[in-house]
Design a protein around this ligand. Structure first.
Ligand code: F6P
Length: 360
């Protein structure tokens, strides 16, 4: 059997582990794996411009420990997508036709799409023209409703936690407040877990509307109690006065979120008089080697994708449910975002240990 694999959308620690898992499981069955370069763009290969290579256990040996993806990825390009809360997908007929041609020319009997909600929705479009798609969910944001955790998420949380440890020491030395902006788009998972782990005093996330006065009240209280350093963690997608801060206008892809830490830092310093600095952790959360959990999850997802192909379960995606790798239709998997529930045990516990969400 000939099987293709591609990553699409933003990269994520653990992508290489998925590739290695899939290649290992496919090779054990005597199958051949074609790895497409640069996401769906690889499907636009021609005989004059091939954008794939054969993947073998030898050329994928121990890539599970490496960050990024050996295949490359893109989150813009010919397969334009806008994902998230108001997700939609547009793919030109010509692009669909060329993708189909490549799959036929290479004799692929299955194509594994490793991607987030936007990429899985593109996968569905390809499924609708008859391509044999199997999905593997990917995102550091952990915002896919279908799976308990996506690989890459816990690596991102570890990065946030480790950096908060560093920021605390410098903030303490100078009696400063640090406002730390983290990724996650419309979901506050990275801020929530990273903030709890790293000892944030305030965590601001998209799912819980915050009031600036409340953040100020908390900060002033901590100062009055003699705390030298104050850590505020804010999700890039947290809204201020109902408004989302963005770095640029929407073009053909997703709008880039960002700017809230800088905005808040100026506001909080002006109101409280506490010297404040901000830090945008940005892409360090996505780069580098995956932590063991994400390596293991990635390898398991890759191997499970091959099982699904063997069972002819096209149009399904793998998912993690109570530590078992299961599967479900891609439609179901992308139908809802996995967002933080403000009434959850986790948020309640964070509040009990004194973390403010700026809401009360
Ligand atoms: O979806 C993953 C993510 O890292 C988001 O957390 C972030 O908003 C976005 O991608 C950044 O995308 P880009 O790499 O295009 O700047």
């Amino acid at each position: 059997m000939n099987v293709g694999i591609l990553n699409a959308g933003g990269d994520c620690p653990g992508l290489n582990a998925v590739i290695e898992g899939a290649v290992g499981a496919a090779t054990a069955r005597g199958w051949t794996v074609y790895g497409f370069y640069d996401g769906f763009e690889g499907l636009l290969s021609t005989e004059q411009d091939e954008r794939w290579r054969i993947l073998t256990p030898a050329n994928c040996l121990n890539i599970r420990s490496a960050g990024g993806t050996i295949l490359g990825t893109v989150n813009k390009g010919n397969f334009t997508v806008k994902s998230g809360i108001d997700g939609r997908v547009k793919i030109a007929d010509e692009v669909l036709r060329k993708s189909r041609e490549t799959v036929d020319r290479l004799g692929l009997e299955a194509l594994i799409v490793v991607g987030g909600d936007g990429s899985q929705t593109i996968g569905l479009e390809l499924r609708q023209i008859g391509l044999p798609i199997v999905g593997v969910p990917k995102t550091i944001d952990n915002d896919l409703g279908s799976t308990d955790y996506t690989f890459g998420f816990w690596t991102a949380v570890s990065v946030v936690s480790a950096n908060l440890d560093r920021l605390r020491t410098t903030a303490e030395s100078h009696q400063r407040m640090m406002v730390v902006e983290v990724m996650g788009r419309h979901a506050g998972w990275i801020a929530l877990y990273g903030g709890i782990s790293g000892g944030a005093d305030v965590i601001l996330i998209p799912e819980i509307e915050f009031k600036l006065e409340e953040v100020v009240r908390k900060v002033e209280l901590l100062k009055a109690l003699g705390q030298r350093e104050i850590l505020v963690v804010v999700s890039e997608g947290a809204k201020i006065g109902g408004k989302l801060l963005t770095l640029d206008e929407e073009t053909e892809g997703e709008v880039r979120l960002g700017g809230i830490a800088s905005f808040l830092s100026t506001k909080l310093e002006t109101i409280t008089g506490i010297e404040t600095r901000y830090c945008v952790l940005g892409h360090v959360q996505r780069g580098g080697s995956p932590i063991p959990f994400d390596r293991v999850l990635g390898v398991r997802c890759g191997a499970k994708a091959i099982d699904l192909i063997e069972e002819g379960r096209f149009g399904d995606t793998v998912a993690l449910a109570r530590n078992e790798i299961v599967s479900m239709p891609i439609e179901e998997a992308v139908s809802q975002l996995h967002l933080v529930d403000e009434k959850s045990q986790l948020v309640e516990a964070a509040k009990e240990i004194g973390i403010s969400f700026g809401d009360e």
